[in-house]
Design a protein around this ligand. Structure first.
Ligand SMILES: Cc1cc2nc3c(=O)[nH]c(=O)nc-3n(C[C@H](O)[C@H](O)[C@H](O)COP(=O)(O)OP(=O)(O)OC[C@H]3O[C@@H](n4cnc5c(N)ncnc54)[C@H](O)[C@@H]3O)c2cc1C
Length: 410
């Protein structure tokens, strides 16, 4: 029997294990550093309340991906709004920026003038970085209020001009009209079970040898050999879901990421946020980016509620940087991977992707495995790396500002 190794037991590692098991005929081992499977999507508990590290609701425009996950962990569909607090106005506004909020802004006349100018100049079509795109799309005032501070905080950068990877084609003024709900043209869902997605991780890894609290000690990736607990093992297939620099001993330098500190607080009230509001974003110099009321997702019955607070940090690696130079560095690593080594998941692809993209990657990986060869070590990109960017498609279809922007995608 052929042998496969999966490195990392987050959503990507588990989805990969499931797809390989569905093909059959593989002896699969998965190594996970933590004492549990699921990575950031694992359910934890505080005061009886379930929560995950960050919201982790399931977002997709692709019905078939929803059907796949829903068959294993039945989900309820959600209807929610994202709101952003703007300290300078002492007010909350809908995000993506909503047309109907502009009349409520104290500097509305200036904003409307700047938007009209931007419309006329259409400078966004030539924008070279995130800052240029937004300035030439919505003007200085709205950018300063809603986007600039949030994005710099989210990515921990001094200027948004440093963010030069656009995973989307600018379409014009990024202001939403119509319903205020986020993802109103796509599916947003969360598992019905109190333990969220946890059952998925068990189902996906059935038949796989799972080694928890285990790390690879040394890599000989060219020969698909790794050292685990002092012994060298060879594999026919390696599916990596962690940062690819590690596999090649950081030969081109360490890939940068932004991480998060995460705090939970129980409040003595049944619900803290208004009806459809699950998330609040903070666009100013508060240390946190987002506050989430988990009960809105989990519908846990309790007289109290639980909120989670996310603070950007460099203590963990959760968000690959949307900077071309760093993406090119990741590609140096991908280009050095031999046949039979696949790299997927958020860190593994060095791309700001979500749970649905990851399931898609696992399906694509398995399809290519069955077909006898991989077109590229990272599923999603075609051999010429020009295949459609799933994330972009999703955002455009859902009428949501791109994920690469560090806005309200997840
Ligand atoms: C705060 C936050 C909120 C999010 N919210 C949403 C959302 O609402 N909806 C959505 O669709 N997506 C969301 N995402 C994105 C989505 O959850 C991730 O893309 C997805 O969970 C990533 O899965 P993964 O397996 O690639 O990574 P991870 O979940 O990070 O898993 C990687 C695993 O590898 C293990 N590992 C790391 N290094 C090693 C090593 N050396 N050896 C062995 N194991 C190792 C880790 O312990 C971890 O279990 C969010 C992401 C974040 C950070």
């Amino acid at each position: 029997m052929k042998k496969a190794l999966i490195i990392g037991g987050g959503f990507a590692g588990c989805a990969a294990a499931h797809q390989i098991q569905l093909i059959g005929g593989w002896d699969v081992t998965l190594v996970e550093r933590a004492p549990f499977l699921g990575g950031g999507v694992k359910t934890h508990w505080r005061g009886g309340h379930p929560f995950t590290f960050g919201p982790r609701h399931f977002l997709t425009p692709m019905e078939e991906l929803f059907d796949y996950l829903n068959a294993i962990v039945p989900m309820r569909k959600l209807d929610h709004e994202f709101i952003t607090y703007v300290e300078q106005d002492r007010n909350y506004y809908t995000f993506p920026i909503h047309k109907d909020d502009i009349p409520r802004m104290p500097d509305r006349e200036q904003i409307e003038k700047e938007i009209a100018e931007a419309q006329q100049l259409k400078g966004w079509t030539a924008a070279k970085n995130f800052e240029e795109y937004w300035l030439s799309s919505i003007g200085k005032s709205l950018y300063g209020k809603m986007v600039d501070g949030y994005s710099r905080k989210m990515w921990q950068v001094e200027s948004n001009a440093m963010l030069d990877d656009f995973g989307w084609s600018p379409k014009g003024v990024a202001i939403k009209e119509g319903p205020r709900e986020g993802w109103d043209t796509a599916i947003s869902a969360y598992p019905l079970a109190p333990d969220g997605y946890d059952h998925y991780f068990d189902v996906a890894t059935a038949g796989t040898t799972v080694k928890l609290k285990t790390e690879i000690e040394a890599f000989d990736i060219q020969n698909k050999r790794v050292q685990i607990a002092g012994e060298w093992h060879s594999y026919d297939l390696i599916v990596n879901t962690v940062s690819p620099d590690m596999l090649l001993n950081y030969a081109y330098g360490e890939l940068p990421y932004v991480g998060r500190e995460f705090m939970t607080i129980i409040l003595p009230t049944e619900y803290a946020f208004p009806d459809k509001v699950y998330f609040t974003y903070y666009a100013g110099d508060e240390p946190y980016t987002r506050i989430v009321e988990y009960k809105k997702f989990t519908q846990h019955q309790s007289p109290s509620t639980l909120i989670g607070i996310e603070i950007p940090s460099h203590k963990n690696k959760l968000y690959p940087m949307p900077i071309k130079k760093e993406i090119a560095r990741a590609y140096q690593y991908f280009d050095d991977l031999p046949d039979g080594v696949v790299s997927m998941g958020r860190a593994g692809s060095y791309k700001y992707i979500d749970i649905d993209d990851i399931i898609w990657q696992a399906m694509k990986m398995a399809e290519e495995l069955k077909g006898g060869g991989f077109s590229h070590p990272v599923p999603v990109y075609g051999a010429d790396q020009s295949a459609p960017n799933l994330l972009t498609q999703k955002m455009v279809e859902a009428n949501i500002v791109p994920g690469g922007s560090g806005t309200a995608s997840e």
